[in-house]
Design a binder for this molecule. Sequence first.
Ligand SMILES: C[S@@+](CC[C@H](N)C(=O)[O-])C[C@H]1O[C@@H](n2cnc3c(N)ncnc32)[C@H](O)[C@@H]1O
Length: 256
Amino acid sequence: MRKILVIGIGAGDPDQLTLQAVKALRSTDVFFILDKGEVKSDLVQLRRDMLDAHIQEGTYRLVEARDPERDRAAGGAAYSPAVGDWRSARAEIYERLITDELGEDECGAFLVWGDPALYDSTLGILEEILERGAVAFSYDVVPGISSVSALVAKHRTGLNRVARPVQITTGRRLAEGFPEDVDDVVVMLDAHQTFRRYADQDIDIYWGAYIGTPDEILASGPIAEAAPRIELLRAEARERKGWIMDTYLLRRHPRD
Ligand SMILES: C[S@@+](CC[C@H](N)C(=O)[O-])C[C@H]1O[C@@H](n2cnc3c(N)ncnc32)[C@H](O)[C@@H]1O
């Protein structure tokens, strides 16, 4: 039966590949790489560099496909259907790759940014393909170092405080309000710098962009003081590179 490996490759630093991930790379016959368009071509190159660094050329095949575009303008009630359509379009592409490019007894791999368990649709898509039943395969997941772990490590802080919870959420959710009953909140996928809404509160921010890559930028401090600084750093970086990937932890001071 065909075998698929979903390999977490860390959040940007090639040294963050685990030994398990390197072993998985070495047991793969075919790598599937999804190109998200020009602005993200740096990320495709990074995956190629990882393969060059860890496996011998000529021992594997590389198949590239274009990732379908998501309707990013869809908001409100249209948001979930737009994400659903995008996921189904991806499922069709993945299904075709597995059926056409992978032999019956071969092993194929998807290289997933960070950890496949965090804000990534690959596992859901593979389940969707299995449900459709057109192609059979088994699959395993190799965990990776997520951007969340990389962020707090760079800032030399923890994710939670003693016996307290931490929540990982999106910019879209944070815009609806600071989560109840949680004072440590990690925010991902935030194109709108939603942290600015909380600049008048007693909160510290730990921010990082392109963490683990040569372009890495870090900033932290009380949010009132750090927010304008981050805004500037973010705008400059976005202008320079054409795209940005950033994550931050908001740590609200105890109110008691
Ligand atoms: C689709 S999610 C994928 C998360 C990934 N699976 C992980 O474990 O980190 C993409 C988001 O992850 C965050 N991210 C990923 N890599 C990052 C990096 N190197 N530096 C800062 N943020 C990063 C950003 O918030 C970005 O919008």
